[in-house]
Ligand binder design. Structure first.
Ligand code: NAD
Ligand code: TDX
Length: 339
């Protein structure tokens, strides 16, 4: 059936990958892409859709209730997928207020508008970071208590609880997904993998926090997007679904693999002062979505890391533009004096 779907944050990394996936696999859907175009939003990510009459870009801020309401009234979406967020942990340590505004307040504004419009499905895109940090063993399940440690993850946990409350109090048809670390095309080069790729290509140092032995669980962005679509269409309202690909790796191993892929030596690695409150290990148990919805990742790390490196090699203009301007000031603030 033809649908209108509102995607928030669709000019960012995962959101733009999701919009491209939808265009391929749900060609008759109308996509309303609502995004404030913060430093992380980039219309270049959507260039292929410029002449697509079923992709409508609306520049707006999710904390602006009047703008959100006007968008709902004009386009009448039946489905909402909510990506828009401040998403970088290090930035939340430098300043948390934008995180509280967008991630907490903005999510409530969207819930209110979605309830008033009686949407059929509201999917909230969350993160495994809300569960806190693991020791050497064990996995996060959907029953793991929320134990957020950074201002970023605390704001995401706040939004998860507001979404939960909308289900329990107002019986809204909400769904929540919690995914592990993503990588792939269009990722802003402040995050580990694209930062390491682009620094290596520029011959710059690769800053590794602490001892480099913090562990993350990596998933190719396209697999995250197929999981979100599956949950949107087949998930049970009120439920939470973990998403992950069983691919745990210490950061230093990621950095070494990136260097090998690019053909640069390990002398570029520089150990720097650790991130304050740095979570030691994340690892996702994704058996619920596999068992109940039949979703599985299609890509291995061995296949998708080289693809990602190739994308950054082929799209130098994209990341060189992104890395110029305001990003320079952030980079100076974040890394100066840490070596
Ligand atoms: P991103 O930072 O690349 O993109 C965020 C997008 O949201 C940008 O286009 C930005 O302009 C937009 N945005 C920010 N504030 C806004 C506001 N107030 N109003 C409207 N738009 C606004 O983020 P991402 O990495 O693509 O993450 C997308 C979502 O997925 C986030 O909710 C994040 O918490 C979640 N997530 C990310 C990862 C990951 O590894 N990147 C993993 C799990 C979950
Ligand atoms: O320069 C760096 N050096 C370094 O060692 C950077 C930027 C990161 N790191 C380490 C910190 C983490 O252990 O690499 C790991 C990954 O860091 P990020 O890419 O900043 O991701 P993380 O903090 O794990 O959070 C990510 O995954 C969950 C996303 O940014 C979140 O949006 C998502 O919710």
């Amino acid at each position: 059936m033809s649908q209108t779907i509102l995607v928030t944050g669709g000019a960012g990394f995962i959101g733009s990958n999701f919009v491209h996936l939808l265009r391929r696999v749900r060609p008759d859907w109308t996509i309303v892409n609502f995004d404030a175009l913060t430093y992380a939003g980039n219309l270049e990510n959507l260039r292929a859709l410029e002449r697509d009459s079923r992709h409508l870009f609306v520049r707006g801020d999710i904390t602006d209730a009047a703008a959100v309401q006007a968008c709902f009234e004009q386009h009448r979406p039946q489905l909402v997928v909510h990506f828009a967020a401040e998403s970088h942990v290090d930035r939340s340590i430098l300043g948390a207020s934008a995180f509280v505004n967008t991630n907490v307040l903005g999510t409530q504004v969207l819930l209110d508008a979605s309830r008033a419009a009686k949407v059929e499905r509201f999917l909230h895109v969350s993160t495994d970071e809300v569960y806190g940090s693991l020791g050497a063993t064990g996995l996060f399940t959907e029953e793991t208590p929320l134990s957020a440690n950074s201002p970023y993850s605390a704001s995401k946990a706040g939004s998860d609880l507001l979404v939960r409350a909308a289900f329990h109090t107002h019986h809204m048809p909400v769904l929540t997904t919690r995914c592990s670390n993503n990588y792939g095309p269009y990722q802003f080069p402040e995050k580990l993998i694209p930062l390491m790729i682009t620094n290596a290509l520029e011959g710059k140092k690769l800053p590794v926090y602490g001892d480099g032995m913090n562990v993350r669980d990596w998933l190719y962005v396209e697999d995250h997007c197929t999981a979100i679509l599956r949950v949107l269409e087949a998930g049970a309202p009120g439920e939470v679904y973990n998403i992950g690909g069983n691919n745990e790796m210490p950061n230093i191993e990621i950095v070494r693999r990136v260097l090998r892929e690019i053909g640069k030596g390990e002398s570029l690695i520089e150990y720097v002062k650790d991130r304050p409150g740095h979570d030691r290990r994340y690892a996702i148990d994704a058996s619920k979505i596999e068992r109940e919805l039949g979703w599985r990742p299609q890509w291995t790390f061995e296949q998708a890391l080289p693809l990602t490196v190739k994308w950054y090699l082929a799209n130098r203009d994209w990341w060189q533009r992104v890395k110029s301007g305001a990003y320079q000031e952030y980079y100076r603030q974040q890394y100066q004096g840490r070596g």
